[in-house]
Write a protein that binds this ligand. Sequence first.
Ligand code: 5GP
Length: 116
Amino acid sequence: MSYDDNNIFAKILRGEIPSHKVYEDEHSLAFMDVMPQAAGHALVIPKQGSRNILDADPETLSRLIPVVQKVAIAAKAAFSADGVTVVQFNEPAAGQTVYHLHFHVIPRMEGVALKP
Ligand code: 5GP
């Protein structure tokens, strides 16, 4: 499958729809998930258009992963979390619903399950 820039995250990147941004640099953006599975649930995306990890080029990934780490560390501190779930999905069979590469960063509290 190829990348289609008519997806919601491409629209966020173009400023066509609003988002609560928590980090931005030349290549990456992080913003809060509109339907958080836990307090502080953020999404980290590349500005370069990749559908998911299966078509992302190595350079995009190598720039993105340090941002995922930065956001995970900041979210854990900001939400006084016990841990952080970092997860991402590729293609509908795996649960992907927005077709622009993204990593979920979700602060976790001991013994508290994620919202469905
Ligand atoms: P996926 O299932 O593709 O891994 O996750 C897509 C995520 O995007 C979901 O957690 C969903 O809540 C989030 N999402 C969908 N539409 C919007 C939106 O318009 N704004 C924001 N901030 N998040 C969105």
